[in-house]
Design a protein around this ligand. Structure first.
Ligand code: ADP
Ligand code: MG
Length: 600
């Protein structure tokens, strides 16, 4: 073997291509490029496997460009890509790598674009066509795409094309191409179905496999946050505020509606955010990505499909707001950061019931995901104060304050005020729109909720003493606690423990904030903080105990008053007795529940 390739000029590429690469600023060929380019230049077929973000585009585009005859204006290279976004991205890459090749033309063709425009563009001619399978088939059938002079075919992101159901179309296209051609197949993974296609249509291919998970992913700092649904938004904004190296983020959610809702909420909180989903027109989607690139936007909230393959180097953070369903999706998602050799951050939100998915991802990627400690309210305030001081120091340093000194001197004289008090008043004014302190909510800080290891169940808490019970009575009397009704009762075999567990886990309400629970035949009442947000209530409405949706709502006065039922029989931990009593009250004592003493 020869020495490893460390510079592009060690590859036998034409001078204009090397000049373009120098201008773009690529220093060394990535491993997949170093391994594939010599084979492709020598005319071999290639079966290339490497993770996303490893530079597969240039691995095929550079040698393809090298072989293009600019004098002939008919398609010599065809690249098939799974989505419109990727087709456009690959076409853009060709354009950049060919910037020193005057007269070069690349044309992306994909569904959704006007046929008339496409036909005109095809008539004008292009050296390289990058298209999605369906649209390429259309044009071959209409004979608007003449591939008689095709010398190179590339199947890009083959596994994705398989996943999206394009494999038959791809085979159809393969059967309609000149037999004398070079074929390169690139994929992040190599499922059997892809391997079969490769064996059928590639001639004695050189197989190049770049070991997964180490090259790109090791530059991505992966962390997870244990957080329940209703607290995710607060957690997200807190993370955005305190991450030191934040530049731009892609936030992944599961549904199209969630992209819209979350983007709106972030916008309302002052972030330059927008959504990206499959319902948006191609034009809109491209605009969003362009705005992310040019810093008009800092946050894009996206679904997996819409964000596939996005390549915006300034993305410093990928937030998995909703955990992905499988490891592959996770790897694709976090590959949107740490691009082009930069460091990246991936933060995964894990709801209590999703812990197994976290472990599954860790196992499959063979990389531990670190626990992220959410900073406390105080830590956030400290950070804001530090930034404020910095700003003040900069003004003191750089600005001419003569006029303002006079204004202050005037105030001092007129109000006979202490100069410190005046300064404090000004600081108050300066932070009014973006307060330095985080508001007290009366609820536990999400930093506490998010701390610590995943808890599959509500934690056993210290026993409540009589004083705490009295305090809770007072909270109830004074309206800090309210009584809610849930549609789960004894006939559903529910125990107070089940109910506390569900409420604690689903809504992230610590069990010490959950008061008295009264079980009735087909419903129960439970004391919870009176100021539960709508988000929390919505989650609790859907939460289930023993297969039964809680459907939580404020108890009506009659239900609320029914708390003084007779104490039920059976001691701590006793199984539910049959036949069920009509009603019974329990005062919670630690993790267990004891029959409530009749009130005296
Ligand atoms: P893949 O197709 O494997 O997911 P891409 O071809 O989209 O990866 O490349 C990922 C990023 O890396 C792009 O931003 C690209 O410009 C950049 N890149 C590719 N090759 C190099 C290189 N040799 N040096 C630096 N950056 C590179
Ligand atoms: Mg790619």
């Amino acid at each position: 073997m020869t020495a490893p390739i460390e510079r592009f000029d060690q590859l036998d590429l034409q001078a204009p291509i090397l000049a373009a690469l120098a201008e773009i600023g690529y220093e060394t060929p990535s491993p997949i490029q170093a391994a594939c380019i010599p084979h492709l230049l020598a005319g071999h077929d290639i079966l290339g496997e490497a993770q996303t973000g490893t530079g597969k585009t240039a691995a095929f585009a550079l040698p393809a460009l090298d072989r293009v005859d600019i004098g002939k204006r008919n398609p010599q290279v065809l690249v098939l890509a799974p989505t419109r976004e990727l087709a456009i991205q690959v076409a853009e890459a060709f354009q950049r790598y060919a910037s020193k090749m005057p007269g070069f033309h690349v044309l992306p063709i994909y569904g959704g674009q006007s046929m008339v425009v496409q036909l005109r563009q095809l008539q004008r001619g292009a050296h390289v066509i990058v298209g999605t399978p369906g649209r390429v088939m259309d044009h071959i059938e209409r004979k608007s795409l003449n591939l008689d002079n095709l010398s190179t075919l590339v199947l890009d992101e083959a596994d994705e094309m398989l996943r999206m159901g394009f494999i038959d179309d791809v085979e159809w296209i393969l059967q309609h191409l000149p037999a004398e051609r070079q074929t390169a197949l690139f994929s992040a993974t190599m499922p059997d179905a892809i391997r079969r296609v490769a064996h059928r249509y590639l001639r004695d291919p050189k197989e190049v496999k770049i070991k997964a998970a180490t090259t790109t992913v090791s530059t991505i700092h992966q962390r997870f946050l244990q957080i329940a649904g209703p607290h995710k938004l607060d957690a997200l904004t807190r993370i955005l505020e305190v991450e030191d190296d934040f530049d731009a983020a892609i936030v992944f959610v599961r549904t199209k509606t969630a992209t819209v809702e979350l983007a709106e909420k972030l916008e309302a909180r002052g972030y330059a955010a927008a959504c990206l989903n499959g319902d948006m027109t191609q034009q809109l989607r491209e605009r969003v990505i362009e705005q992310l690139k040019n810093k008009t936007l800092d946050i894009v909230v996206a679904t997996d499909v819409a964000a596939r393959g996005i390549d915006v180097p300034r993305v410093s953070h990928v937030i998995n707001y909703d955990i992905p369903y499988d490891t592959e999706a996770y790897v694709h998602r976090i590959g949107r950061t740490g691009r082009a050799g930069r460091a990246g951050n991936a933060i995964l939100f894990v709801a209590p019931r999703e812990t197994h998915l976290l472990r599954q991802i860790e196992r499959a990627t063979r990389q531990p995901i670190e626990l992220l400690k959410l900073p406390s309210r105080e830590a956030v305030a400290d950070k804001r104060v530090a930034a404020f001081r910095q700003q003040v120091a900069e003004v003191l340093d750089a600005e001419d304050l003569g006029f303002f000194l006079d204004v202050i001197a005037g105030m001092e004289a007129q109000h006979d005020a202490d100069i410190h008090e005046i300064a404090a008043a000004l600081a108050f004014l300066a932070q009014k729109d973006r307060p330095l302190q985080m508001p007290e909510t009366g609820r536990p800080d999400i930093a506490q909720l998010a701390a610590g290891k995943p808890e599959p169940r509500a934690p056993r808490e210290a026993r409540e003493n009589r004083g705490q019970i009295l305090e809770r009575r007072r909270d109830y009397a004074e309206g800090r606690l309210a009584r809610y009704r849930i549609d789960v009762g004894r006939e559903h075999m529910a125990s107070p423990k089940d109910i506390v567990g569900a409420i604690a886990n689903e809504a992230g309400i610590e069990s010490r904030f959950i008061g008295q629970i009264n079980l009735f035949e087909d419903y129960s009442t439970v004391e919870l903080p009176a100021d539960l947000s709508n988000d929390v209530l919505q989650v609790l409405r859907r939460a289930r105990v023993r297969q039964q949706a809680l459907n939580i709502r404020l108890a009506n006065p009659e239900e609320a008053a029914r708390e003084r039922g007779r104490p039920g029989p059976g001691g701590r931990g006793a199984p539910p007795k049959k036949p069920f009593r009509k009603e019974g009250g329990f005062d919670r004592q630690g993790g267990d529940f004891k029959p409530r003493k009749p009130r005296t």
